[in-house]
Design a protein around this ligand. Structure first.
Ligand code: SF4
Length: 258
């Protein structure tokens, strides 16, 4: 994160053109999210660590240009990003996910093969997704319940120990960075219709529904101190009721041993 009141606009549009079509907001007044693996997953390779690292390196170069006085602001990020291999790689993959969501798995595989092997990702059009992610959730009563096996402590681990490994830290009494547009909605609507999905899609259990022992009086609880800032809630909440904002002081996870 870069702080200090400088407005950073490095071109989310460039990333969208480059293949990330459900991009969370990665720039905001006074801050820049760099090297975000969640935001740069590369669909054909099912990985994005290398693109996360490269986008972070370009951000560092941009900041260096600015601090050394070679540029007046940080807007050269977009040009540097577009010149890099990460832009070409993501651009060539831009149609892959829409092929699957629009035409299904079998036709999607076929069209992806034509796109990637015959045209090397250079088809002269860009398909968009038909729906935003948050519009695709099924009603809870129509969805099949998934029973996940308990963590074995060898290959799979419980949430609490995984959260511990993230080294997440937020200063006490910092302003709430997970904001509800309508505080009543999680219980009055989302719980009934979608069984309040934030209980499951948040990877670190920030959102919980607490009840009395007899199941009555549900209450929506936000454990914001555990947040690892993946922005899933901001993107996935079916009514777009959750607004993730930059945490004060840039608090969050610090993966010390990775
Ligand atoms: S940003 Fe990610 S970790 Fe934080 S509350 Fe939302 S879903 Fe959970």
């Amino acid at each position: 994160m870069l702080s200090g009141g400088k407005r950073v606009s490095y071109g989310a549009r460039a990333l969208i053109e480059g293949g990330i079509q459900s991009l969370p907001q990665m720039h905001m007044p006074g801050a820049l999210l760099i090297g975000c693996d969640a935001g740069t997953l590369n669909m054909p390779k099912i990985k994005g660590t290398h693109t996360a690292m490269k986008s972070g390196m370009i951000a560092a170069e941009t900041i260096n240009e600015f601090l050394s006085g070679k540029s007046n602001d940080l807007s050269c990020y977009e040009a540097l990003f577009k010149k890099s291999w990460v832009y070409s790689e993501l651009k060539s993959a831009r149609n892959v996910k829409p092929f699957f969501t629009r035409f299904g798995n079998i036709l999607g595989i076929l069209l992806t093969g034509i796109d990637q092997w015959l045209f090397m990702g250079k088809l002269p059009f860009t398909l968009s997704h038909k729906h935003a992610d948050h519009e695709t959730l099924e009603d809870a009563k129509e969805a099949k319940k998934i029973n996940y096996p308990k963590p074995d402590g060898v290959l799979t681990f419980d949430r609490a120990s995984s959260v511990f490994l993230t080294g997440t830290y937020h200063t006490e009494n910092q302003p709430v960075h997970l904001q509800l547009k309508d505080k009543e909605l999680p219980i009055s609507y989302t719980l009934e219709k979608f069984d309040e999905p934030s209980q499951r899609y948040c990877p670190v259990g920030v959102y919980e529904v607490h009840r009395n022992d007899d199941g009555s009086d549900p209450k929506f609880v936000i454990n914001s101190q555990n947040c690892i800032h993946c922005k899933t809630c901001d993107i996935k909440e079916p009514s777009q009721n959750i607004n993730w904002v930059t945490p004060e002081g840039g608090g969050g996870p610090k993966y010390a041993n990775m």
